[in-house]
Design a binder for this molecule. Structure first.
Ligand SMILES: O=P(O)(O)OP(=O)(O)OP(=O)(O)OC[C@H]1O[C@@H](n2cnc3c(O)ncnc32)[C@H](O)[C@@H]1O
Ligand SMILES: [Mg+2]
Length: 194
C-alpha cells in the first residue's frame, strides 16, 4: 500500500483523512517522532498547507501531505479564515465558536469551509488541491459529532449541522472530501502515466 506522511497535530482531521484516503497507509507526526511546532505564518490556506508539508518532507526525506483549513463567514468578510484554529484568545473550539457567534450578534450568515491539501515530494515537487463546502452559520449550536465549528455550520439541503452528521455522512460531502478527491485523482493519474 502506498505510504504518505500527514503533517497534522489535529486528531480529528487525521481521523477524517485516514477514513477518506482509505487506500493509503497514512503515517502521522508521532510515527516519525516529529515534536517541533510548525509556525503557520502564511496568509492563505495554500501557503500554510505548503509550509506544513514542506517542513515534514524535509524532515523525513519522504513525500508529505498537509491540510490547512478553516471557516470563511460572509458577513464577517471571510473571517476567521486562515486564523480559524486560533481565532479566540483561548484558542479552543468552544471559545472560537463563541467569538464567531458574538461577532454575528444573532444574525445568520452564508459561510463556507475550505480545505487545501498540499503535496510535497523530496524531489521538490509542490502541489495544492482545494475543496469547499457551502452552508450557513446558525445562532445556536446543534449536534455533538465532528470538531471545530461543526456545531454551528448548517447545511440547508440536509437540514442538519455538520455536528449532527455521522462521520461517514460528513466525509461524503465535506470540503476535506473534495480536496482529497482532487488529490487522489492526481496521484492515480500520475501513477498510470509512469
Ligand atoms: O495545522 P494542523 O496541525 O493540521 O491542525 P489545526 O487544527 O491547527 O488545523 P489548521 O491550522 O488547518 O486550522 C483549521 C481550523 O479550522 C477549523 N476547521 C477546519 N476544518 C474543519 C471541519 O471539518 N469542521 C470544523 N472546523 C474545522 C478548526 O477550528 C481547525 O482547528
Ligand atoms: Mg494548524
Amino acid at each position: 500500500m502506498k505510504e504518505l506522511i500527514l503533517a497534522s497535530n489535529n486528531a480529528h482531521k487525521v481521523e477524517e483523512i485516514k477514513s477518506i484516503l482509505s487506500d493509503y497507509n497514512i503515517l502521522t507526526l508521532k510515527d516519525i517522532n516529529f515534536t517541533d511546532e510548525i509556525i503557520e505564518d502564511g496568509l492563505t490556506f495554500e501557503e500554510n498547507a505548503l509550509i506544513k508539508a514542506r517542513t515534514i518532507s524535509k524532515y523525513s526525506g519522504k513525500t508529505a501531505i498537509a491540510d490547512d483549513s478553516g471557516l470563511s463567514v460572509e458577513l464577517l468578510e471571510g473571517r476567521p479564515g486562515v486564523y480559524s484554529a486560533r481565532y479566540s484568545k483561548e484558542q479552543t473550539d468552544a471559545k472560537n465558536i463563541e467569538k464567531v457567534l458574538s461577532e454575528l450578534d444573532g444574525k445568520k450568515s452564508k459561510a463556507k469551509f475550505v480545505s487545501v491539501i498540499a503535496l510535497v515530494k523530496p524531489d521538490g515537487t509542490e502541489l495544492t488541491f482545494r475543496g469547499e463546502c457551502h452552508g450557513e452559520i446558525i445562532s445556536e449550536q446543534r449536534g455533538n459529532n465532528g470538531f471545530g465549528y461543526d456545531p454551528i455550520f448548517y447545511v440547508p439541503s440536509l437540514e442538519k449541522t455538520f455536528a449532527e452528521l455521522s462521520s461517514d455522512e460528513k466525509n461524503s460531502i465535506s470540503h476535506r472530501k473534495e480536496s482529497l478527491e482532487k488529490f487522489s485523482k492526481f496521484l492515480k493519474e500520475e501513477n498510470n502515466e509512469n
